[in-house]
Design a protein around this ligand. Structure first.
Ligand code: SPQ
Length: 428
């Protein structure tokens, strides 16, 4: 256990942060670089624990991946050169690694066993296993193949026309990756669009793929070609400092090179609707992804309702949005976010427990929460629930609490933001 005691700060924050690389895009850069023939250089790669799980999985399958500071150099002879791992693959805490890799392993001509930590071993895998089985995948494990550890015996896959029953980019991506290895045309339709990094990057690596934002069609058996990828700053990491800037009186922050992809930028819309003082500058497109610098400064906020199509565009930011809403005048209602119950922990329960312990007034609902603001936050002892986003939310809350905040274990922060406390300190 790595306990952290955070003293009340209660002073303005100022300065700028170069936001670390996007976790979702870093995973995908490693995956596509490893499947492509040739050399792929990935710059501003996030070397958090989750992305390193994906790197190690491909190293186990014979791909050469070298780390050079914030860059990765991937050398691969393509899909057909991947080899059977000699040992079970450890996916740690990473849902993205697990679900995307299941899509690929299903179509490779060898046997693999995959496992993870306690949290990952509780997360549902039937959402990917069911469609993959329809494509001919041979996957089995605990709870009829719903829970890790799972074993995969690669087989010849057939294409599928699938409508997603859950709002999940991981499920969409797993099917598209299996579709890349299958004969024919695979179609995936989603009712509410989720993050589209897989589609963007597959295109950049030369796949035969089209998408209208709802239905994506990929033609299989196409060799990917190596290309360089620059990873934007992760808006899900920037979110902690966006909220800090918005709720700590007198603060003024600049978050540089942050990803602004329209399938991920829901938090910006929420801040604008709540009345935050926020501006975006220096917008540009790099490696097919929109990025820019975000300026945020303290301003009074008002409660709003957050529901419907915006939810997948801010799903990972909801813990810290709940903290934001606790500092807004009036009621904030979050609905349609039932997916929060199957993340690293049940994030509806965790957010309500942690923030209510500190003095917030939040009521959990089946698919979200109701937050009454504005509440004064006291200190207290809280659990990180072994969830990086809950731990960082607690640390940001401590910037406005009256007393110490003691977080039981902050080790999980290295999953997505190893330098979080260093960056926070630089603003004080
Ligand atoms: O990888 P993991 O553990 O699932 O990570 C989380 C996170 O908070 O970092 C979710 F717990 O992000 C997911 C995100 O919620 C990353 C992701 C992706 O890269 O495709 C998609 C989302 O999950 P889902 O289930 O909605 O597809």
């Amino acid at each position: 256990m790595n306990e952290k005691v955070l003293k009340p700060f209660n002073q303005a924050l100022s300065g700028e942060i170069n936001i670390p690389g996007d976790k979702s895009i870093s995973h995908r850069a490693v995956i596509f670089g490893s499947l492509a023939q040739g050399t792929t250089k990935v710059t501003h790669f996030l070397d958090g624990e989750d992305c390193m799980r994906t790197v190690n999985a491909f190293r186990e399958m014979g791909v050469t991946i070298q780390e050079d500071g914030e860059s990765l150099v991937i050398e691969s002879n393509g899909i057909s050169a991947l080899s059977e791992p000699k040992q079970p693959l450890n996916f740690g805490n990473s849902g993205t690694t697990t679900r995307l890799m299941l899509g690929i392993l299903s179509g490779l001509p060898f046997f693999t066993t995959v496992f993870g930590d306690d949290s990952l071993s509780r997360r549902p895998m039937n959402r990917v296993v069911n469609p993959l089985r329809q494509m001919g995948a041979n996957i089995d494990g605990r709870n009829s193949g719903n829970l890790l550890p799972l074993s995969v015996k690669g087989s010849k896959l057939k294409c599928i026309d699938y409508t997603l029953p859950v709002k999940s980019a991981q499920v969409k991506s797993a099917i598209l990756l299996a579709g890349l290895l299958a004969e024919g045309e695979t179609r995936v339709t989603e009712q509410t669009p989720t993050r589209n990094h897989t589609e963007n990057m597959l295109k950049a690596f030369g796949a035969d793929i089209t998408s209208d934002g709802y239905t994506t069609v990929i033609t299989g058996k196409n060799q990917l070609k190596a290309t360089n990828v620059h990873v934007p700053g992760d808006i899900s990491s920037a979110a902690f400092f966006l909220v800090a800037g918005a709720i700590v009186p007198g603060s003024k922050l600049r978050l540089k090179n942050t990803g602004l992809n329209e399938t991920r930028n829901g938090i910006i819309e929420v801040l604008q609707k709540m009345g935050a003082n926020i501006a975006i500058e220096n917008e540009r497109t790099v490696s097919g992804e929109l990025i820019g610098d975000i300026q945020i400064s303290y301003h009074s906020l008002k409660g709003i309702t957050i529901e419907g199509e915006i939810i997948p565009r801010l799903i990972d930011e909801i813990p810290v949005i709940a903290l934001l809403a606790s500092q807004a005048e009036g009621t904030t209602i979050i609905k349609d976010a039932e997916e929060l119950r199957v993340k690293e922990t049940d994030r509806i329960t965790a957010v309500c427990d942690v923030l209510n312990t500190l003095g917030a007034n939040i009521t959990p609902t089946e698919d979200g929460m109701v937050i009454e603001g504005k509440t004064k936050l006291n200190g207290g002892s809280i659990s990180s629930y072994d969830d990086h986003r809950i731990a960082m939310m607690g640390a940001i809350a401590s910037l406005i609490t009256a007393d110490d905040v003691i977080i039981d274990d902050i080790s999980c922060i290295s999953i997505s933001y190893p330098d979080f406390f260093k960056d926070l300190k630089s603003l004080k």
